[in-house]
Write a protein that binds this ligand. Sequence first.
Ligand code: ARG
Length: 493
Amino acid sequence: MRTDVVRLGRLSGERTGEMMHFLSSMRSDRCIADADILVDLAHVLMLEKQKIIDRDIAKQLLSALLELFDDGIPEEVFDDRFEDVHAGIESLLIESVGVDVGGRMHMGRSRNDEVATCIRIKLREEMLKQMSALLRVREVLVALAELHTGTVMPGFTHLQHAQPTTLAHHLLAYEQAFSRDFDRLKDAYVRVNQSPLGAAAFASTGYPINREFTASLLGFDGLVTNTMDAVATRDFALETLADISILMANISRLCEELVIWSTSFVKFIALDDAFCSTSSIMPQKKNPDTAEIMRAKSGSVFGAFAGALLTVKGLPMSYNRDLQELTPHIWRGMRDAKESLRLLIDMLSSASFDTERMKEEAGKGFSTATELADMLVRSYGLPFRTAHNIVGRAVQKGDLLLSTLEEAAHEVGEGISLISKGLTQQTIDEALDVHYSIALRKAPGGPAPFATRIAIEERKKQLDLDSQQIDQRLAKLSNAKEDLITKARRLVA
Ligand code: ARG
């Protein structure tokens, strides 16, 4: 039975299996196990470069670590007997190459800077995956918008018919929101990708270490300079969880609309059967379960964020073991968000939109009344509030016919006669026309096909830039990893 090398000297009391299971971070450490090997490799290369350990020792350590890199980490490392994966790997190493060699790996560092480094390495990868998935969702939305610049539909406020709009406009609104979600992750990444390594327990170390060297071997953009902050902070994770919480709120709103749009009284959309379930009793049912689960996953992600935030609240400097309980929230939140995004891509692209139904509803509920009021302002010089009042009264009377509007105008102001100003039923009908009303709304970002086509071109350019951004970061990480492994192999050879 392999012993936990960390506890050997100071502590004696036997721990029960229940205690060890309670205290170990092993379950969630599986997420950072591969990162830990990279951190070990970089640390040993640095110790050798700085002549803190002999070349011969470095060779033996590196060759044992490369074996784990090539063949995978054996299952025994993940035993609850070890407090964590760092202790597990070090114990395995000491057992395989002896304490005289294996016992030198942990010089000049602590598990405190080690774990913080591993979390950042894993998190930045997850962030890039998240950003790629977000990019694809945005691409789907823009592609759908391009198909539907001329598809009219009702726009809602308070879920009441408000003004007609286009499906392109509606879809582009979501793309814009997801684009900000992308930007937030992009910005947070800059702060995640900083190296805490070399901070050791918190006060750094007396060995002549080279923090910049390990940072660059591991693909970091810089250092978390203050060594106390480096081991104590998890704000990089809080920030990322906040960002994916906002993202999930956006996903949840979209899912809510998919649920509403697929009801039989709205019927704007039919989701592909694959994304729906039926009932065990009601044979006719087609339920939008995927959208519902996704809407609920947002709650789980907010919970992960809240859990992480509440873990750090009140922790004094610097490292406290409480931080171990924060880490699983990161992986759970990132996983739920990633899975949601990936399914959303296909759920959207496989859905069919009922453009006839949308058109049917577009002009309902007096939804072009604003345009009629605007026309009264433009053509007859009425103050907007007066025009608003007249049209509102006519709606209350039940229709927007010439005679009703005239009656409303009389009631609103002494001597206002729209007919004598030249208003005809034909001008009213023109103003109330859905397509006319939409075509007028061509200000930047508006629903008119003229405006949405410009927006689509602009969004495509942004998508290209964002995709380059991801590629650059991925390339930097994979080059650094390749370089790290090459350096280790060369030294061993
Ligand atoms: N498993 C620990 C964590 O996740 C690693 C650091 C342990 N440090 C310590 N002083 N016990 O935070």
